[in-house]
Design a protein around this ligand. Structure first.
Ligand code: ADP
Ligand code: MG
Length: 623
């Protein structure tokens, strides 16, 4: 009888095909492996041509150090690699390849031709390989470097071929990969052709210039540089200003030692530093490279090498958060910047209107700026607007509590008028200095003059930001934020709140609450955080817990962040509250002492600044 379960050693060819299933999943994998080989060979000029999304042909040409005749024969053997692994210093990247699997795998599922010439050689060598056949080696005249042709990928594995997606989709995979190479290696010239169409041809340049060439001016002009380093790692690159965040994750490039990687955890680290700057569900742009001692990471996790293992992932997670957080804090994110940046390209766009010719629209804000921009009498335009015809009465008597119901525009136009009536708050007694006044608009916004122009602050959002930062510091035990209550109060918590309070107990105590459980569900509160408004002590804890539940439904964030945000939301002054001059001044002063005054904990802007140049331009004062 024949033996049934006899163990066989797989013939090389079958083993290669199996390996190919892992290494070469689609044309894009071939492109990636070949370009990595070129980079490993020290090439400074790499050209990639694909036909029908790489299904028919993938052709990669480099000017690297080439392959000798004997290595050429070996190169398509499994586990043949010339790349030795040595301990290098931090700055140096290790080679992309090390498994010696790519060429062998490709050779088992396609026609493969490799031509290569090393610098010292008179001529090069050409290796032609076909699955299941003996390869043929012959001399060839060619430039220094290596040229690889991969034809009819998966022609002998119909199942795989069928599994490929449409040309458009497969091409997109390839171009995504090419884009990643191009943005992380601005030192290399990359040429990329689809059929006969040039997709890009980029010469070596500064990183930011390369980003502009590949990803466009829009992105390149909205980036915040990131530079962070310590003894263990270095994080460098760029993050996008919140305004270029997208609904999709397409603008997220993360590299480890210049190798593109995927890591949900690290992605989340970056996202959470952005969190309060972004709307729900939007994804920040980033292009970051982590430089790490190769001994700290295990890149040998997945044959495609996208996923990596860190010895201490938590450490890298925290470092990324810090790096991005610092970069964001350093950058000034007032919307004013956005407007200014567009000074280079005028933001106005002419749009034809029904009546007389065209109107001018601000492309960024979408607002109608004026009629014909140059030869229109702006005064007559404005005087036809009802709000400016109305002769408002700004007298103090009529507007109680110094709550002036006037618009910022009214103020600009009637500045003298208002100053004469000496409204608002004087912070400077020297008469020659500009008056620093604060005026409240519709019990909602505070306006004040700045060195550059004037700004408008959302009173609730501003107070939220101030309290949020205080609360975070308190929770992190940086200062004591507690005030004793003269008369302790009792509150009752339902079961789920009770659980939540237990879960957050430590942080709640650090925030400034002192309480004891008197009976099941009943708490006696002896102290509350300082900024809890008098009169609302009783409901403060319950309100915060409620808000906390709500917040955690809306967004993912850390418990401490969420607690601080919930507290600030509950304790902040509300829209509709009339503020005295002193209160407004204090609020604005404290706001500018914040680490991040420009956005509230929910990501909405706190401040909008109008600069004089911006105003001049809008008013047609081009001088
Ligand atoms: P690995 O890159 O993991 O070493 P590969 O199968 O991709 O394995 O390549 C096998 C070997 O062929 C490499 O180690 C290298 O010596 C050589 N090689 C491949 N492509 C090139 C190239 N473009 N220039 C120089 N040498 C190359
Ligand atoms: Mg390789």
């Amino acid at each position: 009888m024949e033996e049934k379960n006899k163990i066989l050693i797989l013939p090389d060819f079958i083993a290669n095909q199996i390996a190919a299933g892992e290494v070469v999943q689609r044309p894009e994998s071939v492109v990636k492996e070949l370009v990595e080989n070129s980079l490993d060979a020290g090439a400074t000029d790499i050209a990639v041509f694909v036909k029908t999304a790489g299904k028919q042909l993938i052709h990669v040409v480099d000017n690297g150090f080439g392959i000798s005749k004997s290595d050429l024969e070996l190169s398509i053997r499994r586990h043949a690699t010339s790349k030795l692994v040595t301990a290098e210093d931090l700055e140096e990247i290790r080679t992309y390849g090390f498994r010696g699997e790519a060429l062998a795998s490709i050779a088992s599922v396609a026609f493969l031709e490799i031509r290569s010439k090393q610098n010292d050689d008179v001529h090069g060598w050409k290796l032609v390989s076909e699955p299941m056949k003996k390869e043929v080696l012959s001399p060839i005249n060619m430039d220094n470097g290596t040229q690889v042709f991969v034809k009819n990928l998966f022609f002998n594995v119909p199942a795989r071929r069928k599994f490929l997606k449409s040309d458009l989709t497969e091409f997109r995979y390839i171009s995504d990969t090419m884009i990643k190479f191009a943005v992380i290696r601005p030192d290399i010239r990359f040429t990329f052709y689809d059929n006969e169409n040039l997709i890009f041809d980029v010469s070596p340049s500064e990183p930011i210039k390369r980003i502009e060439n590949i990803l466009g001016k829009n992105i390149a002009s909205s980036l915040i540089p990131v530079e962070y380093s310590n003894d263990v790692l270095k994080i460098s690159g760029f993050i996008g200003e919140p305004l270029i965040a997208k609904q999709s994750k397409s603008g997220q490039y993360l590299f480890l030692n210049q190798r593109s990687i995927v890591s949900k955890a690290l992605n989340y680290a970056i996202f959470s530093s952005f969190e309060h700057l972004l709307e729900k569900k939007s994804h920040p742009f980033y292009l970051l490279n982590i430089t790490l001692d190769p001994r700290q990471v295990d890149v040998n996790v997945h044959p495609q090498k996208h996923e990596v293992k860190f010895e201490d992932e938590k450490y890298i997670y925290n470092a990324l958060m810090k790096a991005v957080g610092q970069a964001l804090a350093k950058s000034n994110l007032t919307p004013e910047i956005v407007l200014n940046k567009q000074d280079i390209e005028a933001p106005f766009s002419k749009v034809s209107s029904d009546d007389d010719g065209f109107i001018v629209v601000n492309k960024i804000t979408g607002e109608v700026v004026s009629g014909q921009q140059n030869n229109v009498d702006h005064r007559s335009k404005f005087s036809s607007q009802p709000s400016f015809q109305k002769n408002k009465d700004y007298s103090l008597e009529k507007s109680e509590n110094k709550n002036f119901d006037i618009s910022a525009f009214d103020f600009m136009f009637n500045k003298k008028n208002i100053e004469n009536q000496n409204l608002g708050v004087l912070t400077s007694s020297e008469s020659e200095k500009p008056l620093h006044m604060y005026w409240q608009v519709h019990k909602k916004y505070i306006c004040t003059q700045t060195d550059k122009g004037f700004l408008i602050v959302d009173q609730h959002a501003a107070h939220e930001r101030i309290l949020y930062e205080k609360a975070l510091k308190a929770i992190n035990k940086e200062f004591s934020y507690s005030q004793d209550l003269l008369f302790p109060i009792e509150v009752e918590l339902d079961a789920s709140r009770r659980l939540l309070a237990k879960e957050l107990e430590k942080d709640i105590i650090n925030l400034g609450f002192v309480f004891e459980e008197v009976s099941n569900g009943k708490l006696k509160i002896n102290a509350v955080p300082l900024d809890v408004m008098s009169g609302s002590e009783a409901e403060s804890l319950v309100g915060i817990l409620e808000q906390y539940e709500e917040e955690s439904r809306l967004r993912e964030s850390t418990a401490r962040d969420n607690l601080a945000a919930s507290f600030s939301c509950k304790a902040a002054i509300k829209t509709g509250k009339v503020l005295s001059g002193d209160e407004m001044k204090k609020l604005i002063d404290e706001l500018f002492n914040c680490a991040m005054p420009y956005v509230c904990p929910h990501g909405r802007p706190v401040i909008i600044e109008f600069t004089i140049p911006e105003l001049d331009r809008r008013f047609g004062r081009m001088d």
